[in-house]
Design a protein around this ligand. Structure first.
Ligand code: NI
Length: 179
């Protein structure tokens, strides 16, 4: 395993449409996922998408087994490896909440997301994933899957008075708890 560098906003590789994964349960795929897990854990990420480390595949990981210090008040999401995801909103309801991104260090913005979604896809072994979720879980999935279509959360911000530096917006969050 090795920790990978995370690309930052402005890098054209973050703007690509990711390609479908066609071979599951391969050594290469398991190795890539191990690197992504290590990279995400090292920076306390809520999730990580393969394009963020320069790999243009439809692969995201998110969740964890303990409370994330970057999002201490948020519910736990099961650790999930999701390939070739498809998201379908359950209805038209949107929710606004704050997001950060490992590719946009030091900043937070208020982003609208579908409140309730169904997402489907596959795990690394090719087993089907099919979940209907809401709230923070739904938000994290939408954020991560946006990375697969070249979208970073600032592109979703509607009110730019609610976009700024974490240390200014949320003085209680120390630099060590944010990227
Ligand atoms: Ni992100």
């Amino acid at each position: 395993m090795s920790r990978r560098d995370i690309l930052k906003m402005g890098d054209a590789r973050l703007l690509r449409i990711a390609e479908s994964i066609v071979a599951f349960d391969t050594p290469e795929l398991h190795s890539l996922i191990a690197d992504m897990r290590e990279t995400m854990a090292a920076v306390n990420g809520a999730g990580l998408a393969a394009p963020q480390i320069g790999i243009n595949l439809q692969l995201v990981i998110f969740g964890g087994t303990e409370v994330n210090p970057r999002y201490p008040d948020r519910p736990l999401i099961p650790i999930t490896v999701l390939l070739n995801p498809v998201i379908t909103p359950i209805d038209d309801a949107e929710e606004f909440d704050w997001e950060g991104c490992l590719s946009v260090p030091g900043l937070r913005g208020e982003v609208p997301r579908w409140a309730r979604i169904r997402y489907t896809g596959f795990d690394e072994f090719g087993q089907t994933i099919d979940r209907t979720v809401d709230g923070f879980h739904a938000r994290v999935v939408q954020h991560e899957c946006d990375h697969l279509i070249g979208k970073l959360y600032p592109m979703r911000v509607r009110d730019f008075t609610k976009f700024g530096y974490t240390e200014v917006l949320f003085p209680g969050i120390s630099a060590s708890e944010d990227d």
